[in-house]
Structure formats: C-alpha cells, structure tokens
Design a protein around this ligand. Structure first.
Ligand code: SF4
Ligand code: SF4
Length: 158
C-alpha cells in the first residue's frame, strides 16, 4: 500500500464497524496482500491496533473524508475508494481528480457508487483479480485514451 493523501477527517465520521480497507489494501510491512482480509482483524477490530503499521494509521478512505454520502460506508456498499499519491501526476495530465475504487463485494451498490463518482471524476476500478479499468467524464476521455496506451496497470497503487 502506498502512502495515501493526508486529509482532514470531517467531524462526525468514524470507521465504526467497517474494516473494509483491511481487506482491500495491501500492507507490505506485515506481508498482507490486496483483497485478502488481514489476519489481525478480530471481531471487526485490529488486534494489534496500538502497534499497527504506519500505512494503517494514516489511511483514510474517501468515505471517511466525506467525499461520499453517509450511507455509503465501504463495508455497506462493497467498495473502498481513495485518492492516492500515485494518481497525482495523472490528475495534472488530464485535469480531473482521480480516485481508485477497489471492489470487495461486486454488485449493484458498488456499481452505483462508482457510476456517480465518475460523472465528474476519473475512477480506476480494481477488482479482486487485480483487473483494472477506468471510467470518467467524456471531457477527459481523449487524454485518458492516450494514457491508457501507456498501461492501465501502472495507474493505481496496490
Ligand atoms: S474503509 Fe474507510 S471507513 Fe472503512 S475502516 Fe477503512 S478507512 Fe475506515
Ligand atoms: S494491521 Fe490492523 S489496521 Fe492494518 S490491515 Fe491489519 S487489521 Fe487492518
């Protein structure tokens, strides 16, 4: 997992029972791979919370940062969305905010969250088999097409 953008957490939002990022993301420090639930998840909590890796401490998904509506907490919709450092150069090139959406539970809820987010933003969609595809507003598609030819796999952190 690469470093995520440090951003303020809005008042009133907390992870609660969600630990979806503990499945979706990779944590190299503890050899945890993407799309596998971390072995330290015990009853919705981290059993090494006080000593958890730095990447776990700083990670805040887009829902926690108030980008997505309250009912769309990742564990409820089956998708973990964030704006990663690795997409900043891409954002400059295409002139749009870029999110990465890791689908932990495929279905209409995840699809709808991504569909709405992609009306104004670019979304790199990653599934459990590590396949990637990009959706976004028509205005950025010409620039995206050129970038896609460079290889979509380089566009999202693991
Ligand atoms: S996915 Fe978001 S809301 Fe859920 S535990 Fe991770 S940071 Fe918290
Ligand atoms: S170490 Fe704790 S916070 Fe980090 S992925 Fe595992 S359960 Fe989640």
């Amino acid at each position: 997992m690469k470093k995520r953008l440090p951003q303020a957490q809005p008042k009133g939002r907390s992870c609660g029972q969600c630990n979806e990022c503990c499945t979706a993301l990779g944590v190299p420090e503890i050899q945890k791979t993407t799309f596998h639930t971390c072995s330290h998840v015990v009853e919705h909590k981290c059993d090494i919370y006080a000593n958890r890796p730095e990447v776990c401490r700083i990670y805040k998904c887009a829902w926690l940062q108030d980008v997505l509506p309250g009912p769309e907490r990742p564990d409820r919709v089956g998708v973990v969305i964030d704006r990663t450092q690795s997409t900043l150069n891409l954002e400059k090139r295409i002139g749009a905010v870029v999110y990465t959406a890791r689908i932990t539970r495929p279905g209409p809820d995840a699809d709808e969250v991504i569909r709405r987010l992609s009306v104004d933003n670019v979304v790199i969609i990653v599934d459990a088999s590590d396949k990637r595809r990009i959706v976004g507003p028509p205005r950025v598609m010409p620039a995206l097409q050129a970038i896609k030819q460079e290889g979509v796999n380089s566009l999202a952190s693991k």
